[in-house]
Design a protein around this ligand. Structure first.
Ligand SMILES: [Zn+2]
Length: 215
């Protein structure tokens, strides 16, 4: 249980918007009618909807999916603060789906806990090539060393950016200036500010998140 709690709250912004609404395989309904399939699919995508996670102090710390949020509630780790209009049904009950949950025990979240990783760089740069400004799926992006490694450029938050293959090939072993490219923005470490922005971005359609994220 300890391991699960750790996993669920130890990240900020791990929720990936492009994973939302991922199709459910037919395996759950091998003989189903079309309608039945549609209902299942809707339910599956509902379970992937983003849920804002607050610390015990109401500080927003994380975004998770409905499915995970409901597990935390069932375990007594978190409680719902805001509810969706939608319900999911178990054998005997209808459960309102949470939109915002709050951890019942305070968790200390270190300010700079985010690991330097490909995933986090793409998240920081919002899957946007920092040279041409186009948005790509993760599979079509690479990491570019702004100052090439051959010139002493380091693998750091400040020197790594999301980059499409075309721009990466065009840039080659040169600095952006030499290649006639301009960075969309200066790369920075992933901060609390970045994760707040991401949470707002993910929750922009859900008014129930606003009072916790101040927008
Ligand atoms: Zn590009």
């Amino acid at each position: 249980m300890g391991a699960n709690r750790q996993k669920s709250v130890d990240f900020r912004g791990r929720y990936i918007p492009e994973a939302a609404g991922a199709a459910v395989s037919g395996a759950e309904d091998p003989v189903g009618s079309r309608t039945h399939n549609l209902i299942l699919r809707r339910r599956a995508s509902l379970m992937q909807e983003p849920v804002l996670v607050l610390n015990a102090t109401y500080e927003p710390i994380n975004v998770t999916a409905v499915r995970r949020a409901m597990v935390l509630m069932l375990k007594g780790v978190a409680q719902a603060e805001e509810l969706h209009n939608s319900e999911v049904h178990s054998a005997s009950h209808a459960h309102r789906v949470p939109s915002v949950i709050r951890l019942l025990a305070y968790r200390h979240i270190p300010q700079q806990s985010r690991a330097l990783s490909r995933k986090n760089i793409l998240l920081r740069d919002r899957n946007t090539c920092q040279f041409c400004g186009d948005v790509f799926p993760s599979s079509e992006l690479t990491l570019d060393h702004v100052v090439p490694r051959s010139r002493g450029g380091r693998s750091s938050w400040e020197n790594l950016v999301a980059c499409c293959y075309r721009c990466n090939n065009g840039k080659g072993d040169r600095t952006p200036e030499e290649a006639g490219l301009k960075l969309a923005r200066r790369p920075r470490p992933f901060t609390l500010h970045t994760s707040r922005q991401l949470m707002r971005l993910i929750g922009h359609r859900d008014e129930r998140w606003r009072k916790y994220l101040f927008y």
